[in-house]
Ligand binder design. Structure first.
Ligand code: FES
Ligand code: FE2
Length: 467
């Protein structure tokens, strides 16, 4: 087969070694042999130069795309976002679409007799890296629109987004000005990031001195921006601890799931020891219905021992701890062969943060879990995972994805369950009751809750007829 196009083009450029290498490569890839081999062209056919060029360009683009995907798979951190409905639902009525079935399940879910919906404490709003100096971001949490910005000194501010002048949402087009103020995009009123006070009206001689917007106490710890939520606006009663491992270990990635449940259902999972050896016995698959009887899950199973207890340190009564010993066995010809042991040391810090330290024979890691109420019965569950620096990112990602499928098995439960104020517990489940009593400390008299008619009420600011 002759390389017609390169003979012609090469005449002009043959003085350069580099170009000759390029031409050689090009000529090899331009041959029609692959197309002949797969039967698209007759053997020995050559293509016109323009077709060869298009063919080569397509080949290069394909290689670049595959190369990029391959690189991402092996080296880039995981970034997985699962919106409400993308996992954690079943689709049994095939007469209706999956989307419709999910919407119906959400609408028909019986809420149950729930505790208050917004506990007091520190809650994650954003990852630190997601907001730069001078940037404003809109965040919806606790059923409130918030404007989050980073001032020119690098400090993060969080304030209510609605401008008291005429109600514009300052996170939609607002600007950071005068190093630490948020300027409303509508008429240019400016509010101090520190105090929330109105500091300037560009067209007014005199400022009304009673005008301000609510600011939220915030802190940046472990590369996460937290806000302090308290139904009575009380100041922070404890601080988020620094996890040194975040700086020492290698970042593997993050996952984010939106869940349709009461917030307490999620941390309560830690004290629900009995579910570990049932729901989490299979090693793979977030789809409980489809994967429980798969060959791999019949062959390899988790065997879990766990314990949970509240902290006995009076200064850390907002903390609790858990240990999990996870032995993975192969079940073969009626025998159990031990494969590996994983150990987890878990600290729950307040109502919305959990640090999960993982120890395996090959590496150790830290999974940082945070739960933030988006609204009364919708939670944002995020995890960031860090691993021993010598472990290839790809291995870390596989481990992380396997852990994520376990979380997604829980999400099927949380999305579909009701909240039973008085569950029927057997003796072996005493820790569940203990956890509920421990978690009570995060609610106070004025915590928002559903009244008997199912309406969300804010006792601190509601009129008594709401009850
Ligand atoms: S609405 Fe914000 S300045 Fe007018
Ligand atoms: Fe679980």
């Amino acid at each position: 087969m002759t390389d017609i196009i390169f003979t012609e083009a090469g005449n002009a450029w043959n003085s350069s070694l580099i170009y000759s290498i390029v031409f050689k490569t090009w000529s090899i890839t331009s041959r029609t042999t692959p197309l002949c081999t797969i039967g698209l062209l007759e053997q020995g056919t050559t293509l016109p130069p323009t077709i060869c060029l298009i063919f080569n360009l397509a080949l290069v683009v394909t290689l670049v795309i595959f190369g990029q995907k391959f690189y991402q798979l092996l080296f880039a951190p995981l970034d997985l976002y699962r919106d409400l409905g993308s996992v954690g639902y079943v689709h049994h009525d095939l007469n209706i679409s999956k989307e419709h079935s999910i919407r119906l399940t959400q609408r028909r879910k019986k809420v149950g007799d729930t505790p208050p919906v917004f506990p007091n404490g520190w809650f994650r709003l954003l990852d630190s890296g997601s907001i730069k100096e001078g940037q404003v971001r809109s965040v919806y949490a606790f059923g409130e629109q918030m404007a989050v910005f980073r001032n020119s000194r690098g400090k993060v501010r969080v304030m209510d987004a609605y401008c008291p002048h005429l109600g514009a949402n300052m996170a939609a087009g607002g600007k950071v000005v005068n190093s630490d103020c948020l300027e409303c995009p509508f008429h240019g009123w400016k509010f101090s990031g520190e105090t929330g006070k109105l500091v300037d009206i560009p067209y007014a001689q005199k400022l009304p001195n009673f005008v301000s917007v609510k600011t939220w106490p915030c802190a940046e710890v472990n590369d996460i921006i937290f806000i302090w939520y308290h139904c009575d606006n009380e100041p922070p009663q404890w601080q988020m601890p620094v996890a040194q491992a975040v700086k020492k270990l290698k970042y593997v990635g993050r996952t984010e799931h939106i869940i349709n449940s009461h917030i307490q259902d999620i941390p309560e999972n830690a004290a629900d020891i009995a579910h570990l050896n049932h729901l989490h016995e299979p090693v793979i698959g977030s789809d409980v219905e489809q994967t429980n009887n798969s060959i791999i899950n019949n062959l390899i199973k988790h065997g879990i021992k766990a314990s949970w207890q509240p902290s006995d340190n009076p200064l850390e009564k907002h903390c609790s701890s858990m240990t999990i010993q996870d032995d993975i066995y192969m079940h073969i010809f009626g025998r159990k062969v031990h494969l590996v042991q994983l150990n987890f040391k878990i600290s729950q810090i307040g109502a919305g943060a959990v640090h999960i330290y993982v120890q395996t024979p090959f590496f150790h890691g830290l999974m940082v879990q945070n739960i933030t109420p988006v609204e009364a019965l919708q939670q944002r569950l995020t995890h960031s995972f860090y691993i021993s620096p010598w472990v290839p990112t790809a291995i870390g990602k596989i481990f992380y994805l396997l852990e994520t499928t376990q979380i997604e098995r829980d999400i099927l439960m949380w999305n579909n369950k009701t909240y039973l104020r008085k569950p029927i517990l057997v003796k072996e489940e005493a820790t569940l009751g203990k956890h509920r009593r421990w978690y009570q400390q995060f609610y106070s008299e004025n915590s928002p809750r559903f009244n008997k008619k199912g309406k969300l009420v804010f006792p601190a600011r509601c009129d008594p007829t709401d009850w």
